[in-house]
Ligand binder design. Structure first.
Ligand SMILES: NC(=O)c1ccc[n+]([C@@H]2O[C@H](COP(=O)([O-])OP(=O)(O)OC[C@H]3O[C@@H](n4cnc5c(N)ncnc54)[C@H](O)[C@@H]3O)[C@@H](O)[C@H]2O)c1
Length: 311
């Protein structure tokens, strides 16, 4: 039987992954954990700092955990504000989880990487699985190093760790965690409340994006795929759609006519300029059958109807 631990369950991805995993496996089989308390009461929540190997191990042993979804990280934009903390947290927590795999305590691990691994030297369009990786942010450096650690633990110790290079994730339940694509969430909140929006990227900066339902589906599909089907043990490219702030604004205006957007690029523009515009994810499609469900029109209508219901 699967006993699952999510590390970083209060975050943007964790909030939604928790719901899906509990629907699938039952609440008592999916333990949530985070360094902060959750906003809602949760009988199966454990407060842990995943940098502390001993407390992580004691939770894993207490619940007889065999699968971990390790989501705790400092994201791209926040990472640039505190590079050392970002490196320490992103690496230490991953190594603690990989060590649980090496010791045979954990059977399978999911750990997300990011398109931030590529950096400015990679081709911008349909960036391939094996395109050059030369990241310029501490976040990208930590994700690239993390991917190499995952491959190392798989090849050297047989640890079954699986990973996806996510694009920018769009959702409405939890606040975004300080990434370069957060504008594509913030703009919906402003549009719904009738306020104008100051966008921190140029209007024509196109980036790969994915709706949260697709992100959760991708994680579950990869974790359920037979091991022999997986040809990549660093991290899989995963594509859904790509759009610029101007294209997103135009799509939102089909629903909310009065939205006004000013473009005031800041330091995040420089990060975005080093990232791909679109992703080639052929390996994920052929190895484990990946196919996205949400393009820009579907993401926009889902976000607007969900936020209207919340009002
Ligand atoms: N959101 C995106 O657009 C995106 C894109 C690519 C990759 N990713 C990756 O997906 C994962 C989840 O991202 P997210 O957007 O949910 O991030 P988030 O910042 O929203 O959530 C991270 C969670 O981890 C928790 N956390 C931080 N330090 C911790 C620690 N020491 N111990 C335990 N918990 C800790 C935080 O409190 C937070 O709830 C990350 O690895 C991120 O790099 C996210």
């Amino acid at each position: 039987m699967k006993k699952i631990l999510i590390i970083g369950s209060n975050g943007q991805l964790g909030t939604e992954l928790l719901t899906s995993l509990r629907d699938k496996y039952g609440s008592k089989n999916v333990i949530s954990s985070d360094i902060n308390d959750p906003s809602n009461k949760d009988a199966y929540f454990e407060k842990i700092d995943a940098r502390e190997a001993l407390s992580l191990t004691s939770i894993v042993e207490k619940y007889k955990i065999n699968h971990i979804y390790h989501l705790a990280a400092i994201l791209s934009a926040n990472g640039e504000l505190n590079p050392i903390l970002s490196w320490e947290l992103n690496m230490k927590t991953l190594l603690n989880v990989l060590e649980l795999g090496r010791k045979g305590i954990i059977e399978r691990i999911f750990w997300p990487s990011s398109i931030a691994v590529f950096g400015r030297d990679a081709p911008k369009d349909y960036t391939g699985q094996n395109a050059v990786t030369n990241p310029s942010t501490v976040y990208g450096i930590s994700k690239l190093a993390g991917e190499k650690w995952c491959q190392y633990y798989f090849e050297k110790f047989g640890v079954d760790v699986r990973s996806i290079r996510y694009p920018g994730l769009i959702s409405h339940k939890a606040q975004p965690g300080g990434g370069t694509t957060d504008y594509a969430i913030d703009i919906f909140f402003k549009a719904i409340s009738g306020k104008s929006y100051d966008c921190f990227l140029h209007e024509d900066t196109s980036l790969p994006m994915m709706y949260i339902d697709d992100a959760v589906k991708g994680a579950l599909m990869l974790m359920e795929a037979p091991s022999q089907k997986l040809s990549i043990r660093t991290s899989y490219n995963l594509n859904a759609t790509s759009f610029s702030p101007a294209e997103l604004t135009a799509e939102i205006k089909k629903h909310i006519d009065g939205l006004r957007v000013q473009y005031k690029p800041d330091y995040r523009q420089l990060i975005a300029e080093t990232w791909p515009r679109s992703i080639d994810d052929e390996s994920a499609r052929s190895d484990w059958g990946w196919k996205e469900a949400f393009g820009l029109p579907q993401i926009t209508s889902e976000m607007i109807s969900a936020l209207r219901m919340k009002k």
